[in-house]
Design a protein around this ligand. Structure first.
Ligand SMILES: N[C@@H](CCC(=O)N[C@@H](CS)C(=O)NCC(=O)O)C(=O)O
Length: 256
């Protein structure tokens, strides 16, 4: 792909191009669909920095997604599709005949998968930064409590028989959730003292064990863990003052 940095408008990649970094759970969700459907030859994957040194805040990137967030999928005609759920729906539709459909088999099961996706998008993604961004301690603790509550909500959404979100087959419902659970399982015990992410959430616990057996999910999880290892090496939680906040025992960081 050739990127013309001299212009912000009219960027037209040769192939559809998914902009996002490896550690981003939102971008990871879309990479899983590409890997699962064998679309790596059809769709390029690129970091936002390719469009400018400020990454998602570069003028060229903001021209594609004014929200300054990743991922964004840019089509060869220049149309930009931001929002991971929108990109996912587009990929499932556009490449419906390629590889697995990733759609659960019944309207009810598709409803369950869509509900998991909606809960993530409306109630979890907007506050996930409490695990790794700078903010005051009270807000962080409140948002961690909200994440714990939303995990309980998701436990109730899971198909009773499982093991996947919408039944016996992996689907777009699992794809919505599992990258965010990489953050939960890696960050909450290590940095906020959670004994387990799955205490009192047996369906999610069984699901997490199963979803990691999917080869493409395992690949995405490894990519995200590598990005998180970089955050650890740079001492992100110390540098942003998060470790110092957590040392204040007057907050219930483990949300129990
Ligand atoms: N609703 C959006 C959320 C996008 C989002 O929050 N992306 C994060 C990464 S997971 C991001 O771009 N963070 C960088 C930033 O906020 O500057 C989606 O699902 O795509």
């Amino acid at each position: 792909m050739i990127v013309d940095r001299s212009t912000h408008a009219g960027f037209k990649p040769e192939k559809p191009t998914l902009f996002g970094v490896m550690v981003s759970n939102c971008a990871a969700r879309n990479r899983w669909v590409l890997y699962k459907k064998g679309l790596e030859g059809e769709v390029d994957i690129a970091p936002p920095r390719l469009l400018g040194d400020k990454g998602t805040k570069s003028p060229a990137y903001l021209a594609l997604n004014p929200q300054g967030k990743m991922p964004v999928l840019v089509l060869p005609d220049g149309q930009a599709l931001p929002e991971s759920a929108v990109i996912e729906a587009y990929l499932l539709d556009k490449y419906a005949g390629v590889g697995p459909s990733l759609l659960p088999p019944t309207p009810e099961a598709r409803g369950r998968a869509a509900l998991a996706s909606q809960i993530l998008g409306l109630y979890i993604t907007p506050i996930q930064g409490c695990m790794y961004k700078q903010m005051d301690a009270t807000q962080r603790c409140d948002q961690l409590q909200a994440i714990a509550f939303q995990m309980d909500v998701l436990e109730g959404v899971m198909d009773p028989q499982g093991p996947f979100v919408a039944g016996s087959e992996i689907s777009f419902g699992d794809c919505a959730l599992f990258p965010t659970f990489v953050f939960f399982t890696e960050i909450l015990p290590k940095h906020f003292g959670w004994a387990s992410v799955f205490e009192g959430r047996p369906k999610l616990e069984r699901w997490w064990a199963e979803v990691q057996k999917d080869p493409e999910a395992a690949r995405v999880i490894a990519e995200m863990r590598s990005g998180l290892a970089d955050w650890e090496s740079s001492k992100r939680w110390d540098t942003l003052g998060i470790s110092a906040q957590v040392a204040d025992g007057s907050f219930n960081w483990s949300c129990n």
